[in-house]
Design a protein around this ligand. Sequence first.
Ligand code: BG6
Length: 522
Amino acid sequence: MMIREIVESKHLLSCDMEIPGKAGRVGPFTMIIFGGAGNLAQIKLMPSLLQIFTGGEMPADFSILAAGMPEYSDTGYREFMGKAVRKFDKRFNKAKWQDFEKHLFYHAAGFEDDAGYEMLKQRLRSFGHKGAAGKKKNVIFYMAVPPSVMPLIVEKLKAHNLSRGEFASRVVVEKPFGRDLESAHELNTVLTSAFDEGQIYRIDHYLSKEPVQNIMFFRFVNVIFEQIWNGNFVDNVQITAAEDIGIERRGPFYEETGVVRDMVQNHVLQLLALVAMEPPVSFRADFVRDEKTKVFRSIHPCEKSYIRKCAVRGQYAPGKIKGAAVPGYRHEAGVARDSVTPTFFAAKFYVDNLRWAGVPFYVRTGKRLRKRVTEICIQFKQRPLRIFGKKCDAMEPNILTFSIQPDERISMRFGVKYPYSENQIYYTNMVFSYPQVFKTSFQPPYERLLMDVIRGDQSLFVRQDSVEAMWDVVDPIIKEWESHPPGDFPNYKSGSWGPAAAMELLARDGRKWITNGGTAIV
Ligand code: BG6
């Protein structure tokens, strides 16, 4: 079901929210994919572009120009990419592909090759589409290349007047945005010397997940929740982003990265910000990003003694996932046998502002955990309900849970009277399920994000000050851990919920993880 149909269905009240349009709403454009023959292009970008085309959301006049080192002609590239998309995308439709591939072109050149950029410019000029009357042509540069190559390409685009010159250009960059605060800052200096912030689209694919986007709607649409969204009523917030997969075939990448750079610096902190942020002036990209950045800047600084007490690292040992034996991290391809790279992270953060002072935000994420589940639980304070007699000792708190994946739902846990008992409380959940209500099916993140880039909507993209503020939060942890290698790795079995220390982190505060373990959610 398309978003417009959902909005217009009986499930949503009408409002002046801007409803994304279908075909014809976006203007003509050319997208240049650097690394256009690489993995990201084959597995994510091209299948998503094909789906957008199939859904009728592309303008009549668009071109996709893949740029890369391998030598292909336009026809050779179409053949190569057609095979790849057929392999990686179950929804492949031959007839649609045949229409779509007419918009595909290839430009073979080395990334340092100046003549190549001049030829690229000529090709961009030659493409049929024009910007709207009196406007420049829309050109999108997508960096599907390793981070080490990106600065070079950006500098060349600037030198050849492709970033701010005759075209209305945008640039899309993938994480990692640097390795630490310093390198993120350097990268930004390169990017902003060529492009203005309004032209830069930094992807965090978590922001495109519907249940993630819904957090803001839920908070700011429903008056009953906003009133209790603070330390007077909230006891603690828990964020779990658990994966059952290992590092797959990304050994060398992961060895360089580790869980903090891979998941915490971006996805997990973004989730935290959506829960903790103040209402933005409006949903305009910059207003939302202002509020998120304030949250990152309010997170209590992680000093060494704090890190030792309040952050937990782990690395997976062999174990079983869904009954099948899996190797430990140190036995994955491309990983050192004595690697100290963490694959699990848990921590307690505090957001030092008036709304959240004293409320712990417990977060955890890791590979090869018991199951794939991403959830945010808001646990409310308990009432001193002595009126129920002894039974109140066993009282459970109210819990509001945003289930992001694999289930997409919101549930509220609350107590009711157990029928025909004198004063027994029974805990149950009120559940809203996305698929049940809207009959939606999962939309791959890249489709939404690519469409937003084409439309020029930056709301779901990360601004540089947020990127740097997030590095500010995690940098001390990474530095402390890298300078004090762990003595106990591997310290959790694949298929478990992570190291014992992650349970102790909450147990010390008299709490437990809610997601799978604590108070059961339906
Ligand atoms: C990516 C990380 O950004 O997010 C991966 O690099 C991780 O290591 C992935 O597996 C998780 O995304 P999702 O959408 O499957 O939760």
